[in-house]
Design a protein around this ligand. Sequence first.
Ligand SMILES: O=c1ccn([C@H]2C[C@H](O)[C@@H](COP(=O)(O)OP(=O)(O)OP(=O)(O)O)O2)c(=O)[nH]1
Length: 178
Amino acid sequence: MILTGPAIAAAVQAGEITIEPYEPSRVSPNAYDWRLGATIRVCDGDLDAATPTAFTEQSIPDAGFVLRPGLLYLGITLERTGSETYAQLLNGDRTTGSLGIWVHVSAPLGHQGHAIRWTLEIRAARPVRLYPGMTFGKLVFLTTFGAPASYQQRPAKYATTEGIDISRLYEEIDGGTR
Ligand SMILES: O=c1ccn([C@H]2C[C@H](O)[C@@H](COP(=O)(O)OP(=O)(O)OP(=O)(O)O)O2)c(=O)[nH]1
């Protein structure tokens, strides 16, 4: 089940949900309106799952940064979010979608026990200018069913990373699982 906005606010108050920084005005009926952080990595070369992705990293200036179609950008959420109690789904919203922006490629799930600033895999349908701290999407929280589980209690690729990270699949492929 999805948490309502009042339930999100109450869970933040109770310490069951981490949202840092937290602004009560960003709670919407069924989500929290999260923002784009100020750092972006530009990946403009060919990609290979067996090789670390090459990138250049820069700050997004106050005057904005133009995304170009055909490139992959790795961004970061402004907020650090997580919960031991609830699972999360991070997505864009109508406003960013209407600008032709994908805020991630195919990875919306945030596991219980993983409090992070999320890596975003950003693409653009048309050239579009982004600004640091702009509202970028909706984060929903879900109740879970079954025995409690935590991302930290399993061999997890991204358990020790927080913030922008390239794909770590190359570690598994180098490890001989190909
Ligand atoms: O776009 C995304 C998607 C997920 N996450 C975080 C939240 C999640 O808790 C963690 C792992 O996500 P996922 O399970 O999708 O990654 P994986 O590639 O399957 O790695 P693992 O094998 O460690 O689960 O990474 C991001 O930062 N950005």
